[in-house]
Design a protein around this ligand. Sequence first.
Ligand code: NDP
Length: 242
Amino acid sequence: MTQTPAPAGRAVLVTGGNRGIGLAIARSFAMAGDRVVVTTRSGEAPEGLQAVPCEVTDTASVDAAFAAAEDLLGGPVEILVANAGITKDQLLMRMSDAEFDDVVDTNLAGAFRCARRASKGMIRLRRGRMIFVSSVVGLYGSPGQANYAASKAALVGLARSISRELGGRGITANVVAPGFIDTDMTAALPEERRTAYLSSIPAGRFAAPEEVAAAVRFLASPEAAYITGAVLPVDGGLGMGH
Ligand code: NDP
């Protein structure tokens, strides 16, 4: 009797994988031999990667993206990297309900929608890794980012609750908390803020997206099977004491 060989590598889904940190994470898993699908809002795939369209603020879109990704991957998602995120900075007094809600809906509820859908396949497999891309400001705070910092801090509660709920089923849920990474998001910062941030980072530099990818891959590795509910900073020492 002939048996269909198991597909090589693990099945990975990275949200917001068309640019920045998400793209670096996706490329790093692909380079290591894993099967990777990224979500993009346009549905267009970055060079060398497979993509499915996904708007993380829309439950139906998230569910459809997982179904399409599972088709491409040939099975359930084993590693979810919830990376998609936005900022809408504003001082507290001036922050509109929409600015607050949009950021929380994308960064927190978007990650929740993906984790909920991913859990179905992971529970069936009795293994899985969820990695949530938070931020140093989630626990450090940041003026003008009440919405963003709140959404990123809440990912810790989300990951820790998932750890307690699904830990017995071989599923881990961890948070990576990047500091300042050279991407479109930080390129949008005014020059004086970039300089001020730089002077407060012990490492004395911003990081490359690949440095976040390395931490994510570690949390997804077999060596990290006993790490769950953790917050792993990749911030050059900026948030020490979290
Ligand atoms: P970018 O702005 O470069 O990329 C953000 C990604 O998220 C894009 O792929 C974007 O898609 C996607 N996205 C945004 N909103 C949605 C949505 N509603 N539905 C689906 N996808 C969406 O950001 P970075 O690469 O810098 O950041 C990635 C993650 O890392 C974010 O969660 C961010 O908060 C976090 N982070 C970044 C830091 C940094 O210094 N850069 C520091 C700490 C954390 P599209 O291209 O269509 O807009």
